[in-house]
Ligand binder design. Structure first.
Ligand code: HEC
Length: 144
């Protein structure tokens, strides 16, 4: 009899445990969703099309927004050899001369962009998606 009388309380405990588990499942969705959200950021560095990084669509916008403010005639870096005009072909020529496809991460463009001995500081640090886009572009042969 005494063991029978324990069954209802056990059932109540089990019900409560199930309710807790359901509650926990909700908590676990949080971190998983956060991880899933981080993935497209990494993948996005390679270009949304999933193909090779394009100078015109992927790289040039990074240079005009992040670099041209100083690297233009009359700008803070106007006396350097790296001058941007906003014209894709001219800017490609200026940028490609600063790349080293045999050792992409040592490229002058990337070293300067990430702040190594750069008067403009770290514009795109090595942990940024923009840096990864530039690196992918150079690794892929720095194509136009
Ligand atoms: C806030 C201003 C500023 C910004 C923004 C800036 N730079 Fe510079 N950059 C300078 C200055 C000043 C120098 C000259 C001193 C030196 O060599 O670091 C320079 C020099 C350079 C050089 C050397 C050029 C030469 O003649 O040898 C490169 C390459 C370069 N920057 C790349 C970049 C890239 C790539 C970006 C954007 C991702 C960028 N810079 C953004 C100010 C800037």
């Amino acid at each position: 009899m005494s063991s029978d009388s324990r069954i209802p309380p056990l059932a109540a405990v089990l019900t409560a445990a199930v309710a807790l588990l359901v509650g926990c499942a909700d908590f676990e969705r949080g971190p998983v969703a956060a991880d899933a959200g981080a993935l497209p950021v990494d993948g996005g560095g390679g270009g949304d099309g999933g193909g090779a990084v394009s100078f015109e669509t992927d790289v040039h916008p990074l240079l005009t927004t992040g670099c041209q403010g100083c690297h233009r005639s009359g700008g803070a870096a106007g006396s350097t050899s790296f001058l941007l005009t906003g014209d894709v072909e001219a800017d490609y020529a200026a940028a490609v001369s600063l790349t080293d496809t045999s050792n992409p991460s040592a490229s002058r463009l990337l070293r300067k962009a990430s702040g190594a001995g750069h008067g403009g500081g770290a514009v795109y640090g090595a942990d940024t998606p923009e840096y990864q886009t530039l690196l992918s572009w150079i690794s892929g042969g720095a194509q136009p």
